[in-house]
Design a protein around this ligand. Structure first.
Ligand code: AQP
Length: 339
């Protein structure tokens, strides 16, 4: 499915307040197809309807990235990627998590209403421990509390995310309920907003596509790199010979074709009747992904050639949010007896 955006009139400076949405993305690697199909294309669409705040969550990335220069570079690359993919700084606020210190301050306050058992049972915590057994740092455990703080500091009620974030969002709601119960109605319970591709599988065809797993298709990479990544995709593992009929329902390549043209049923039919082979279907997918993101790739290169402009957008975003974050902190501290 392609997302066509109708031209939108510029926002009036004193427009009535719109419902607030918030979402974050980690600068833990290069933006991939799962990020875009599962979340970013919603970021872009929703910026026209809502007051949209998007955050590059560098504190979260610190739970797995420990190289300072790399994190700094990836933070800027992620900002340029989001702008290239359609975020408009005149319609949304884009900033870096560590540039607004209120996030971690609120997080501490929220930890005091969050039982440790809630955090230990989070599926993503269990996955992370399994993925990085030599680096089970405290940040991995408290990650969902920081995520809750990220959202509620702006009192956002909607959160565009992929399905992998469902458990975290549920935890955010539980934390909000616990806080509101103890200190009085303060925060709205945030709800997830999903796209039609809430879970995109990686090139291995098994795990969700993820920067930390490394099973990604990097949509802003060169056409050669995209082709290499797509050609490495695992397809229907029971289709051994070219003449065997394929099973589009279980083939990740076929499933991804749904998002790259209206002819995907024909493509599926070709696979199911063995008229086409997996290699043909992969080549076509690589070509379509390359074409879809060609404009964004050009914009990304331009933005990266002007890093001061990108940094300026991020700084302006953090500054713009200061009054909102300060107001929430003042209210919360008052309610908790801190002043
Ligand atoms: N495979 C996916 N399918 C659908 N949505 C996805 N998202 C990520 N992967 C998929 C959504 O993209 C937003 C940003 O995600 P992220 O930066 O936290 O996730 P990542 O790319 O998977 O990065 P990491 O560093 O590898 O994170 P972990 O290790 O936590 O998976 C989110 O809205 C996410 O749902």
């Amino acid at each position: 499915m392609t997302v066509e955006l109708a031209p939108q009139p510029a926002l009036a400076p004193l427009a009535a307040p719109r419902p607030l949405i918030f979402s974050g993305i980690q600068p833990s690697g290069i933006v991939h197809l799962g990020n875009d199909l599962g979340a970013i294309r919603n970021y872009v669409m929703l910026q026209y309807e809502y007051e949209a705040i998007y955050c590059i969550v560098d504190y979260h990335a610190l739970t797995s990235t420990h190289d300072a220069a790399l994190l700094r570079r990836r933070t800027r690359e992620m900002a340029a990627s989001l702008l290239a993919l359609g975020l408009d700084p005149d319609r949304c606020t884009l900033f870096v998590q560590s540039h607004r210190p209120e996030h971690t301050e609120l997080m501490w306050l929220l930890t005091t209403v969050t039982p440790v058992s809630w955090l230990e049972r989070t599926p993503t915590y269990k996955d992370k421990i399994a993925n990085q057994p030599d680096d089970v740092n405290h940040g991995l455990l408290t990650y969902p509390v920081l995520q809750a703080a990220d959202i509620v500091i702006y009192k956002a009620s909607l959160v565009p995310v992929g399905k992998d974030q469902a458990a975290h969002l549920e935890l955010s709601r539980e934390i909000v309920r616990a806080f509101n119960y103890r200190y009085g109605e303060t925060f709205p319970e945030p709800q997830a907003v999903y796209t039609s591709a809430p879970v995109v599988l990686g090139t291995d065809g098994v795990k969700k596509m993820s920067k930390s797993v490394g099973n990604t298709i990097e949509i802003l990479a060169s056409p050669e790199e995209i082709r290499k990544q797509v050609m490495s995709m695992v397809t229907d593992t029971e289709r051994i010979k070219r003449t065997d009929p394929g099973r589009p329902g279980v083939c990740n390549v076929c499933q991804l074709h749904r998002f790259f043209g209206d002819d995907y049923e024909e493509i599926w039919d070709g696979e199911a009747t063995a008229r086409t082979g997996c290699v043909d279907t992969k080549k076509l997918l690589a070509q379509r992904i390359t074409e879809r993101y060609a404009g964004a790739r050009e914009r990304y290169a331009e933005l990266m050639a002007h890093p001061a402009d990108v940094d300026g957008i991020l700084e302006a975003g953090a500054d713009r949010l200061k009054p909102k974050a300060a107001a929430t902190m003042a209210e919360v501290k008052e309610k908790m007896g801190l002043r």
